[in-house]
Design a protein. Structure first.
Lengths: 276, 416
């Protein structure tokens, strides 16, 4: 966690930029014409009601799903994400809501899955040491890294999943409900961790239903509703504004406000002003 | 933890006070009992089963445990055992190959035709048979990966198709005799290790365990991780080495350890290393446990399936070649009958789960010894093959029941 990854983006650089992303599952449009930007050193919270398309968007960025249309720019270059490997190689790490851990493997094996040290003669000692280091940074309460993940609680699994995403020194971290299953202390630790990740100049996308957590760390709050952009807010936006954007009540007012804010932002970004 | 004392900092993995950490030999025994109680049985059922089977057969006919009968048993184990080793590969990723019998039969027919009838060098004929096996497995993987065809169905189709090919190339003669006195047939029927070789080989596992164990302990201590007790390691090494040496000494009273069995055990050890100590093996286990999680971790899931199916068929072909050597013939009957099910039963009886993600190369070794013990014991009792089928079937059913029950128990005890 101490040194920054090589080729780290300078703060404010546009890390990820989505334009016109749509995703159809058969007749259902999960996402329609989504625009979405993440800058280096910025935490963007992605909020919305159930079924708003947050998880689908994250899965597209993770390479799990492929968009039906639209373009993805990562660090200034157009990219395609045909599979999770491609996303990981680019430097997009994801903590999924359905945690995507292998229950039959132990904690160390899960953290290093797909990135084992010395592939032909697994270096278990080095991997276990690194695993403990990562977990201790998260103040994790894992009884033993040699227990199968099946024996861990939901919160412990969440910690393992987050530790795994940090292993690869990513440029962009996607967190799908990172605090949903965590206790008070662990939630605080994860939020601290998000702060630290941001300080290192990484982009963070966080999905959450917990407005308190969102306000605590987010620099921007992007609202999705029914698969469409439904406004961008500052973290000090009033709760009422946020809730109405999420639920769709007083839809028009919120949309107008969001449009105005975004127009200003785009304008300022084009003018090359430095971001906070 | 006990060695660290109160003043020294706690080991990196012992800092959490809520976790019980067993220490010493007594602790190791308690931890083992805990594991068994929660359904993590490992090789325990098969060892218990083996003791029961051997006790029963020995009481019925003392010839069963005679050294010469056991040496024959080892010869017989090696052929189907190699096939079972391939089955372990596909079971690890949660798939199945029902055509291993046919592939082994076709491989033996290929060796017979190419070597004896066409006059190819024997090594080339064997290589061709192995390549054919790998090709068939790759085809299953292609059907599975690209078309989503369940391996159950594609390999069932393969069972018939490959059997047809075997009958076709053997033609009207029906069987080809391999020449006695040739190296291949000698390997399958006669060649045994000199005594000093077998005793040396029996000492190697213990030595390797000791050396690698001590080295790991040193590295763990340097990395501030807890280390298990050295006494426990030494005890295990002593038990294993003495046990193996006694077995070897007993078998050496008659012909000795077959080289073919040595090849089989060598493959088992190599496969065990590959499954437990390489990235490939880790990926195999992950794909068997949670395919989607493995995919999201960036594992090339399709390549893993390809390797599993190809290896399985390759081992099946090798098993067929060994069977041809054992019988000194390639016939229409080779690979038919109970070969298929014996191979699958051996892997499952040995403790490899049908549900994927759990298993070990050693299950092929242990399982095939159980299966062949039953076959050998019933043959000694002069019972017909009808009874042998029924009893083998019952043993397979029991093994799967144990697997299912242990799986349920593991789920309720929070173990994978």
């Amino acid at each position: 966690m101490s040194e920054s990854p090589e080729g780290s983006a300078s703060v404010g650089e546009l890390v990820l930029s989505l334009r016109g992303i749509s995703k159809n599952f058969g007749a259902v449009s999960a996402l329609t014409d989504i625009d979405f930007d993440v800058h280096a050193g910025e935490v963007v919270a992605l909020v919305g009601d159930n079924g708003a398309g947050k998880s689908t968007l994250v899965k597209i960025l993770a390479g799990v799903h492929q968009p039906s249309s639209g373009t993805i720019n990562f660090r200034g270059r157009p990219v395609t994400l045909p599979d999770p490997r491609a996303a990981l190689t680019l430097g997009i790490a994801t903590v999924f809501q359905d945690l995507a851990l292998c229950e039959n493997l132990d904690v160390v094996a899960n953290i290093f899955l797909g990135n084992e040290l010395s592939p032909l003669r697994l270096d278990e000692v080095a991997m276990e040491m690194r695993a403990w280091t990562l977990l201790n940074e998260l103040s994790a309460r894992i009884p033993s890294v040699r227990e199968a993940v099946a024996s861990l609680s939901g919160g412990q699994r969440q910690t393992v999943a987050i530790a795994r995403s940090l292993l690869l020194e990513p440029k962009l971290i996607l967190l799908d409900e990172p605090t949903a299953a965590l206790g008070v202390a662990q939630t605080a630790e994860v939020l601290n961790l998000i702060d630290r990740v941001r300080a290192r100049g990484l982009g963070v996308v966080m999905i959450s239903h917990n407005m308190e957590d969102v306000r605590a760390v987010a620099d921007r709050i992007v609202v999705l509703r029914l698969g469409r952009n439904n406004g961008v807010f500052e973290p000090d936006a009033s709760n009422q504004d946020l809730v109405s954007a999420i639920t769709g009540a007083s839809n028009n007012a919120v949309s107008r406000r969001a449009e105005r804010l975004r127009a200003e932002r785009d304008h300022s970004a084009q003018a090359g002003e430095q971001r906070p | 933890m006990t060695e660290q004392g109160n003043s020294a900092p706690l080991a990196l993995d012992r800092a959490d006070a809520r976790v019980k950490h067993e220490a010493g030999i007594g602790g190791a025994v308690r931890a083992f009992l805990d594991r068994v109680r929660s359904g993590d049985l490992g090789s325990l059922p098969v060892i218990v089963g083996l003791v029961v089977i051997w006790t029963v057969f020995t009481s019925l006919n003392p010839v069963f445990v005679s050294s010469s009968n056991l040496v024959n048993l080892l010869f017989d184990c090696s052929t189907v055992g190699v096939i079972a080793l391939g089955i372990v590969c596909v079971l690890m990723v949660g798939e199945i190959d029902l055509s291993v019998g046919s592939i082994s039969g076709f491989a033996s027919a290929m060796v017979g035709t190419l070597w004896v009838n066409q006059g190819w060098p024997v090594a080339l004929a064997i290589l061709a048979a192995l390549a054919f096996g790998a090709l068939i497995g790759s085809l299953y993987a292609l059907l599975f990966n690209r078309l989503g065809m369940p391996s159950f169905v594609s390999t069932l189709a393969g069972l018939l198709a490959v059997l047809g090919m075997q009958l076709y190339i053997l033609g009207s003669t029906g069987s080809i005799n391999l020449p006695y006195g040739s190296a291949l047939v000698d390997f399958g029927q006669l060649m045994v290790m000199p005594k000093w070789v077998s005793h040396t080989l029996a000492a190697i596992p213990g030595l390797a365990m000791l050396v690698s164990g001590l080295r790991t302990f040193a590295r763990r201590r340097a990395a501030n991780l807890s280390t298990p007790s050295v006494a426990g390691l030494v005890l295990r090494v002593a038990v294993i080495t003495i046990g193996l040496e006694l077995i070897v000494a007993y078998l050496n009273q008659s012909r000795g350890i077959p080289w073919m069995f040595g090849l089989f055990v060598g493959l088992v050890v190599a496969m065990n290393y590959a499954l437990t100590r390489t990235k490939w093996g880790r990926s195999m286990t992950a794909v068997g446990g949670n395919r989607e999680a493995a995919r999201r971790a960036g594992i090339k899931v399709r390549a893993i399936y390809l390797s599993a199916f190809a290896l399985c068929s390759l081992f099946a072909a090798l098993g067929g070649v060994l069977a041809a050597a054992r019988l000194a013939s390639a016939s229409q009957q080779a690979g038919t009958g109970d070969v298929n099910l014996n191979a699958i039963a051996a892997a499952v009886i040995g403790g490899t789960s049908l549900f994927g993600g759990r298993g070990s190369a050693y299950s092929a070794l242990l399982g095939i010894i159980v299966i062949q013990s039953i076959a050998s014991g019933l043959t000694l009792l002069d019972l017909s093959s009808s009874l042998r089928y029924m009893i083998t079937g019952a043993v397979l059913a029991i093994a799967v029941i144990v697997d299912s029950l242990a799986r349920r128990s593991r789920a309720s005890h929070g173990r994978a």
